[in-house]
Design a protein around this ligand. Structure first.
Ligand SMILES: Cc1cc2nc3c(=O)[nH]c(=O)nc-3n(C[C@H](O)[C@H](O)[C@H](O)COP(=O)(O)OP(=O)(O)OC[C@H]3O[C@@H](n4cnc5c(N)ncnc54)[C@H](O)[C@@H]3O)c2cc1C
Length: 550
């Protein structure tokens, strides 16, 4: 396969122009047939208003000349011969496995682990404390409207995991010689995502599409003999011997007219293979694991605020004012180094999106961001965060970071009196509560109120955020405008805990596999899905399917 990189065309180019550019790069005769696949498309606006789409394409030429000869004749440094990595799942191992593997969590890690094991014939059982997508959407909409939180089914918990109510950004920086990233994206496309995610350099699905994609992946697992139990929470387990574990499961869906939510009945399930794909917000489950002396380690993470600007301000900054092209809502990435060496940076930027109330514990408030596939919202938002470490937590116990998150979220809940606290940047600088908003209007999912967000944080973090936002004015004009909106607290940027695992992906308990973001081995949808695949590979290459009870 011949790969052409750095193929530049204006954003309003036609397909014929792309074909022409390929033919010219390879110096192919007009009648030389070829097929091509777009591998990457990015926007180059560095010399705005001159803006280009920059393509990487793979070309398959049929004809008498070999690719080596075509490569030589092209004499173009942007053309190379490549062998695309094709992802392969390992063959099954030989160790007998009588009971189906159990996977806790249906976020990207749990879902892809389940999907791979189901395709390989292991008939996995997936447990999810939250509701299936349709019911979960109702619970979340009700929470955003009334503030009534379902602690087991919300923006963090439920089918599809934390990422279901998100922008569904899929880029990851994880190294990937095996080709798992493209495999994950191809599976998202098969399950209904737009094929553009296969070549966009900033692929995103959008929460409106992601909801369907997650259900299609779940239905494939069911069609292959897997089982999925929603509103089922793993509360505890015990070892029965011979490698068998007995899981204590709690049904979390019980329509109690008094409060509508509550625990119902408990039941038990035995297995010898347990995957913990529990996500970064399963605080009760982390405590249960700590009680069982799992080897847990505190892990650094970042906390901060979410900022909102008019999307047009960002477009003008990134593409130039009066940009003549119809381009997608512009993203940005900004970073700044503080005097004490710590970094302040933007995280999970949502073009044309909404700030969401992403809380999962009563009396606590955390925010995050989401957008729909069209990213047509009026505002751009992103988290502006600072890395925190045991010095900030005030202790280096494995769960101290988690308790620090909870402390900030309690402060945020109080600052907004149960609503999302929102402040103008000018008031953040003055450490004064905002009375009324200026030219930027909050675009939020969840009730919000003007407040003093700065008081949520220890001053060391408050001043770091202020210094960062002020510094970003140099990168994006208007970033530190007095009316820029600040909301908080952004505390769930990644897991505050790592569950140790060995080279076989097993924890200190044989047969129990920590997996995904919650276990501290991923950050984001795609890398969590990749970790789910890795754990499935480890289980499959060890165990045979031949002994599975019918
Ligand atoms: C609002 C929001 C927006 C985001 N936007 C993006 C984005 O655009 N791009 C991106 O890459 N990442 C984004 N993220 C982060 C991304 O969602 C996570 O990195 C990813 O979902 C981690 O996947 P996971 O499978 O490891 O865990 P999770 O997705 O957190 O899934 C864990 C699942 O386990 C379940 N669970 C936990 N404990 C138990 C138990 N005891 N019993 C049964 N079930 C249990 C939970 O209910 C949950 O469904 C966003 C997160 C949020 C909250």
């Amino acid at each position: 396969m011949l790969r052409i990189q750095q193929l530049k065309l204006s954003p309003d180019h036609s397909q014929e122009e792309l074909v022409g550019a390929i033919r010219k790069s390879l110096r192919l005769a007009q009648n030389q047939p070829f097929s091509y696949e777009i591998i990457r498309r990015s926007i180059d606006a560095r010399k705005r208003p001159e803006i280009f789409y920059v393509y990487t394409v793979d070309v398959d030429c049929r004809g008498e000349k070999t690719e080596k000869q075509l490569l030589k004749r092209a004499g173009n440094k942007n053309v190379s011969l490549i062998q695309p990595a094709k992802y392969r799942f390992p063959a099954s191992g030989t160790e007998p496995l009588s009971l189906p593997p159990v996977i806790v969590g249906t976020g990207p890690a749990g879902l892809f682990c389940g999907l791979m094991l189901a395709r390989a014939g292991y008939r996995p059982i997936l447990l999810e404390r939250g509701q299936s997508v349709p019911k979960r959407q109702k619970s979340v909409e009700q929470f955003w409207k009334t503030g009534k939180l379902n602690p087991d089914s919300n923006v963090q918990f439920g089918e599809g995991g934390a990422g279901t109510f998100s922008d569904g950004k899929l880029n990851t920086l994880v190294k990937d010689p095996e080709g798992r990233i493209r495999f994950v994206l191809q599976n998202f496309v098969q399950a209904g995502a737009d094929a553009e995610i296969l070549f966009s350099n900033k692929p995103h699905i959008g929460t409106d599409v992601l909801a369907g994609v997650v259900q299609n992946l779940r239905n494939e697992i069911l069609s292959l003999g897997g089982q999925v139990f929603f509103h089922t929470r793993l509360d505890d387990f015990c070892a029965l011997g011979n490698g068998i574990y007995r899981l204590s499961l709690q049904d979390t869906a019980c329509d109690d007219p008094k409060d509508g939510f509550g625990d119902c009945s408990a039941w038990f399930l035995n297995t010898s293979v347990l995957v913990l794909a529990i996500g970064h917000s399963a605080r009760d489950t982390f405590r249960m694991l700590a009680d069982h002396q799992f080897d847990l380690r505190a892990k650094s993470f970042a906390v901060g605020v979410r900022v909102e600007h008019p999307q047009q301000l960002i477009n003008d900054s990134q593409y130039g004012e009066n940009c003549p092209y119809e381009l997608e809502a512009a993203p940005y990435k900004v970073t700044h180094k503080l005097a004490d060496g710590r970094g302040v940076y933007s995280f999970c930027m949502c073009p044309g999106g909404y700030v969401v109330n992403a809380s999962s514990e009563p009396g606590m408030l955390a925010v995050n961001g989401m957008s729909y596939h069209d990213r047509a919202g009026e505002n751009a938002n992103s988290a502006i965060v600072v890395t925190v470490s045991p010095e900030d937590f005030g202790g280096c116990g494995p769960l101290d970071g988690l308790e620090f998150q909870r402390k900030l979220e309690r402060n945020a809940y109080e600052a907004g009196q149960g609503r999302i606290p929102v402040q103008r940047f000018a008031d953040f600088q003055a450490n004064l509560p905002t009375r009324e908003f200026g030219k930027v209007t909050p675009r939020m999912k969840g009730c919000f109120s003007p407040a003093n967000v700065r008081q949520i944080f220890p001053e060391r973090i408050g001043s770091a955020i202020e210094e960062g936002i002020t510094a970003f004015e140099r990168q994006i004009k208007g970033f530190s405008d007095p009316d820029t909106l600040i909301s908080g607290v952004e505390s769930r940027t990644s897991s505050p805990v790592r569950i140790s695992r060995d080279a076989g992906y097993e924890s200190s308990y044989p047969g129990i596999y920590p997996c995904g973001e919650g276990a501290g081995y991923a950050g984001g949808i795609t890398s969590a899905a990749m970790d789910g695949i890795r754990v499935a590979e480890a289980i499959a290459s060890k165990f045979s399917i031949d002994f599975l009870e019918k």
